[in-house]
Write a protein that binds this ligand. Structure first.
Ligand code: AMP
Length: 366
C-alpha cells in the first residue's frame, strides 16, 4: 500500500510516521522545496497546478489524502478522478470557504455565529451598524492561526479592517462571547462507522492555539458534540478524521469551524490515546478496522511557537514527550509541540504549570 499526501508540513510528517508502522509507504507532494518531511519520505516538489507532476504522483500511489484544506480544488479534483481521494472533494470544497461552511451547517440545523457575506465597504458599514454588536471580519478563504481576520469593536475599526483585508470575498461574523473553546475529533470509516475522541479544551492567544487539554469530562457536552459531528459526517459521507471546533456558551455548542483533517489539538492523541488521530485517519482511508479512541490518562499539549523549548527542562518531567518538527524559526510559527501524559493528577498539575511557564518564557523571548 502506498499513500500520497498533499502537503509536507508537520501534519504530513506525523501521518508519515504513523503510516510507517502500519507498513504503508508514503510520498508527499509539496510546492515548498524544503518542507519538514524532507528527511523522512520521498518528496515530489512541484506546484499544485503542475498537472503533469500530479498525474505522475497519482500513478505512484493507491490513495491520496491532504494535510491542509488550502489546496486548489482543481488539483484535488484532478487527483480524485484517478485514485481514491479522502476525505472527498465535496468536504474539501465546503471547508475551504467560511461562507459555504457556515451556510451548510445552518441548513443542517447546526448553530454558528451570526454571519453575512461582505463585498463592499458600504455593506460592511451597514451590517455592522444593524447588528450593533462586536464582530470579526474574516477572509472567506485561506485564513489560519488568526491570519486574515480583524476584530471590530467600534465604527472607527471598520476603515482599518477594510484597508487590511480588502478583498471581494469577506465574511462578517458576530463575536461570540464564549466561556471556552473545544474541539471534537471524530473518525468515520468507509462503512459509515464513527468513533469519537473525548472533547479537548483549547486555549488560544491572538488566534493561535497555545495549549490543549483532554479529556473535558462533561458527558452532556460530549453527547451534544457527537450528535453534531455525526450529522455533518453522515451528510458528507465523510471518510477519515474530521475536527470540529466549538465555542462553548452556557451549555450550548456553537460551531466555529470544521477542519477536514487531523488537527493540532489532536496531537495529544499520539501518546495520550490508545490509537492516535493519525493512525485512525489511515485506518479509515485504507478500510482497516478503526482503533480505540479512549485516552489513557489526562493529557496536555503545548505548542512551541517560534522556537523549541529547552529539551532537558522538558524531558526531566515524567510523562513528557518532545516533538521537534525540524522547521526554521520565526515568531509564532508552530515549530514543535510537547505532550504531557500522566495518570498521577498531582504531578500532572505541577508539570502542566511548569510547561505553560516555559511556553510563556519562550514566547517572551521572541
Ligand atoms: P478561526 O480562524 O476562525 O478559527 O479563528 C481563530 C480564533 O479567533 C478562534 O479560535 C477564536 O478564539 C477567535 N474567534 C474566531 N471567530 C470568532 C467569533 N465569531 N467569536 C469569538 N471569537 C472568535
Amino acid at each position: 500500500m502506498k499513500l500520497g499526501i498533499l502537503g509536507g508540513g508537520q501534519l504530513a510528517k506525523m501521518l508519515v510516521l504513523a503510516a510507517h508502522s502500519l507498513g504503508i509507504r508514503t510520498v508527499c507532494f509539496s510546492p515548498d522545496p524544503n518542507p519538514c518531511i524532507r528527511d523522512i519520505t520521498r518528496l515530489v516538489s512541484a506546484s499544485f497546478s503542475d498537472e503533469k507532476a500530479l498525474r505522475e504522483f497519482c500513478n505512484e500511489v493507491d490513495c491520496v489524502t491532504f494535510e491542509t484544506e488550502n489546496i486548489p480544488l482543481t488539483c484535488a479534483e484532478l487527483i480524485a478522478e484517478k485514485v481514491p481521494f479522502y476525505p472527498a472533494t465535496k468536504a474539501l470544497k465546503m471547508t475551504q470557504d467560511r461562507l459555504l461552511e457556515k451556510s451548510f451547517l445552518n441548513t443542517l440545523g447546526i448553530k454558528t455565529a451570526r454571519f453575512a457575506a461582505i463585498k463592499t465597504q458600504d455593506e460592511l458599514h451597514d451590517t455592522f451598524i444593524s447588528w450593533n454588536k462586536p464582530a470579526i471580519l474574516k477572509t472567506r478563504r485561506l485564513g489560519y492561526d488568526g491570519k486574515g481576520q480583524y476584530a471590530l469593536h467600534q465604527l472607527s475599526d471598520l476603515t482599518k479592517a477594510w484597508e487590511r483585508l480588502q478583498s471581494c470575498d469577506l465574511i462578517l461574523e458576530q463575536f461570540v462571547p464564549f466561556q471556552e473553546e473545544l474541539s471534537l475529533i471524530a473518525v468515520r470509516s468507509q462503512r459509515a462507522e464513527i468513533q469519537f475522541y473525548p472533547l479537548i479544551r483549547n486555549h488560544h492567544d491572538h488566534g493561535i492555539l497555545q495549549w490543549s487539554e483532554a479529556p473535558l469530562e462533561n458527558n452532556l457536552l460530549q453527547q451534544k458534540a457527537q450528535t453534531i459531528a455525526k450529522k455533518i459526517m453522515d451528510s458528507l459521507e465523510y471518510v477519515g478524521i474530521m475536527t470540529i471546533e466549538f465555542f462553548h456558551q452556557n451549555g450550548n455548542l456553537i460551531v466555529n469551524e470544521i477542519a477536514p483533517r487531523v488537527h493540532n489539538s489532536g496531537h495529544l492523541t499520539i501518546e495520550g490515546a490508545i490509537t492516535s488521530q493519525f493512525e485512525n485517519h489511515l485506518r479509515a482511508i485504507f478500510s482497516l478496522p478503526i482503533g480505540n479512541t479512549e485516552l489513557i490518562s489526562n493529557c496536555l499539549l503545548v505548542n512551541c511557537l517560534g522556537k523549541m523549548f529547552p529539551i532537558h527542562s522538558c524531558l526531566k518531567m515524567p510523562g513528557v514527550h518532545y516533538h521537534d518538527y525540524g522547521k526554521n524559526s520565526y515568531p509564532n510559527r508552530k515549530v514543535g509541540h510537547i505532550t504531557l501524559v500522566d495518570r498521577d493528577l498531582e504531578r500532572y498539575q505541577k508539570s502542566k504549570l511548569r510547561l505553560i511557564k516555559i511556553q510563556k518564557k519562550a514566547n517572551n523571548f521572541l
